[in-house]
Write a protein that binds this ligand. Structure first.
Ligand SMILES: Cc1cc2nc3c(=O)[nH]c(=O)nc-3n(C[C@H](O)[C@H](O)[C@H](O)COP(=O)(O)OP(=O)(O)OC[C@H]3O[C@@H](n4cnc5c(N)ncnc54)[C@H](O)[C@@H]3O)c2cc1C
Length: 473
């Protein structure tokens, strides 16, 4: 067996691993990045990018349903060619993954394709090579869960890893799971003209915790496809189809999509050898501000750590781990304001602290419905609700949940405001163009501001210093 000694080994060349590599390379070139493949990152290959591409096509096709109201005739002649749609999704997916694959190829001997396994806390085996390293970063990501009861037909279950490889879909599909992936894929399939039914074990869909926003979201999606909530669905495989049963309903589906969450990719790493302390999900205990595992030369980054499994967080964690792993002492880094967006139509988003997090806090809630909002009506997207949470005493912005047209943009503005410690009054002093969806956010901010104990800025404008005015005159 070959032997090599380096400063850093990174296991996993996804977003977190590559970010770690780029950060650590500023200090040392003695780094080995390992990935067993398929290469290209979860985000670009089977995650964020192909799912958004499919949703975009589905949304364009769905728009035909209101064209006649706007005076655009002949929309009922439009047809969808699903094999062509899927080819388009894969073409764009290949475009997105090719950049990463080229980058990994450019790393030469610093990149090894193979399965990495721990021998001890500072030694890794990959292919026929033993690598001793001063530090190791685990950035192995996560994979879709298929329940053990489905093992006899697991190869027929659609999961994100095989979903975008499909050249066509059946006409009746059950989506099991109403989290981000289930809602996005379910709505995309439905808008492509497939009959879907969605089963979800909770009352709240996706990451929502605010009952009013959730009720609005459920009402909106129910207009497009049946949602069976708060129910554990069972799946039976028949000769040619599946029967999906909930407490009071049975659906005969030709295909099923499992959107039941993701398990962390640690099985093949042999972590048991390392004498670590683990949490309930089997993840080594680590510090989220340093990404260090205990006080060891071991770091974790990205979805494998299960803390906010999102692309921008994986990139941040990779950078933090990469920065610390090549230094004598780990530094702490402040994490960004929580921000999560689901690209359904309307978008679902949560920002900062959730409604649930704030249960025991003294807050005011500013609310706006998008049913009568000007720009939303122009866009024929006048559905949804935004609820902003602010401190009752000061008006400091704390969080928000929404299902809103172009909610992705509102969510960013609010996240930036929260991270800057802004109050509702500070936000209201910012400019708002007309007619925009952001004006809807302003209505919710004004509603929150009107309930804050110490009110000020009745015009939403800061008053000038009177001396400065007289000087100007
Ligand atoms: C359908 C879907 C939609 C999503 N949409 C969004 C979105 O819109 N916005 C958003 O922010 N996030 C989204 N996400 C989440 C986002 O994709 C992830 O947070 C991000 O890709 C995680 O990156 P990572 O580096 O942790 O993992 P990955 O990119 O999965 O990288 C892990 C790598 O480790 C390798 N590996 C695993 N075990 C080993 C081993 N033993 N040896 C060697 N290599 C190994 C794997 O091959 C893989 O390449 C979505 C995810 C999915 C599934």
């Amino acid at each position: 067996m070959q032997e090599q000694s380096v400063d850093l080994v990174i296991i996993g060349a996804g977003t977190a691993g590559i970010s770690a590599f780029k950060e650590a390379s500023k200090v040392t070139k003695k780094i080995i990045l390992i990935d067993h493949g398929p290469l290209g990152t979860t985000c670009a290959r089977v995650g964020c990018m192909p799912s958004k591409t499919l949703l975009q096509v589905a949304d364009y096709f769905h728009d035909r349903t209101h064209f006649s109201d706007l005076g655009i005739e002949g929309a009922n002649q439009l047809q969808i060619n699903i094999p062509h749609v899927m080819e388009h999704v894969r073409n764009l997916r290949d475009y997105f993954t090719s950049g990463t694959i080229k980058y990994l190829e450019s790393l030469g001997e610093n990149f090894i394709q193979g399965n990495a396994e721990f021998i001890d806390q500072q030694t890794i085996q990959v292919n026929n090579k033993k690598i001793t390293s001063k530090a190791i970063i685990i950035a192995t990501g996560s994979s879709s869960i298929i329940p053990a009861e489905w093992s006899s037909f697991k190869d027929e279950v659609l999961i994100t890893e095989n979903f975008f490889e499909q050249t066509n879909f059946s006409q009746k599909i059950a989506v099991i799971g109403g989290g981000a992936v289930g809602i996005e894929l379910g709505q995309a399939l439905s808008r492509l003209g497939i009959e879907i039914e969605l089963f979800h074990s909770h009352e709240f869909i996706s990451a929502l915790t605010d009952p009013i926003v959730n009720a609005c979201a459920v009402k909106i999606f129910t207009q497009e496809f049946p949602l069976h909530l708060n129910t554990i669905a069972t799946v039976e495989k028949n000769k040619t189809d599946f029967t999906v049963k909930s407490a009071d309903h049975a659906f005969s589906a030709e295909q099923i999509v499992a959107a039941l969450g993701r398990h962390v990719n640690t099985e093949s790493l042999n972590l048991k050898k390392l004498n670590l302390k683990f949490d309930k999900s089997g993840i080594p205990l680590y510090d989220r501000t340093t990404m260090q595992i205990e006080k060891l030369p071991l770091y974790i980054a990205g979805d494998v750590g299960k803390f906010r499994p999102l692309l921008h967080e994986a990139a941040d964690e990779g950078r933090i781990a990469g920065y610390n792993a090549v230094r004598d002492k780990s530094s702490c880094f402040t994490r960004r304001t929580p921000l999560s967006i689901i690209f359904s139509q309307p978008n679902i988003a949560s920002v900062g602290q959730s409604f649930e997090d704030l249960q025991n806090s003294k807050i005011v809630i500013g609310e706006v419905s998008f049913e009568d909002q000007g720009r939303a009506r122009i866009l024929s997207q006048n559905q949804g609700i935004l609820r902003i949470y602010a401190d009752k005493q000061t008006g400091k912005l704390l969080g928000a949940e929404m299902i809103a047209p172009q909610g992705e943009h509102i969510a960013h503005l609010l996240a930036h405001g929260i991270q800057q410690n802004m109050t509702t009054f500070d936000m209201l002093r910012m400019p708002f163009y007309h007619p925009t969806i952001e004006e809807g956010m302003r209505t919710a901010l004004r509603h929150a501001a009107s309930q804050v104990k110490t009110r000020h800025d009745s015009l939403d404008l800061a008053m000038c210093d009177s001396e400065a005015i007289s000087n100007l005159c």
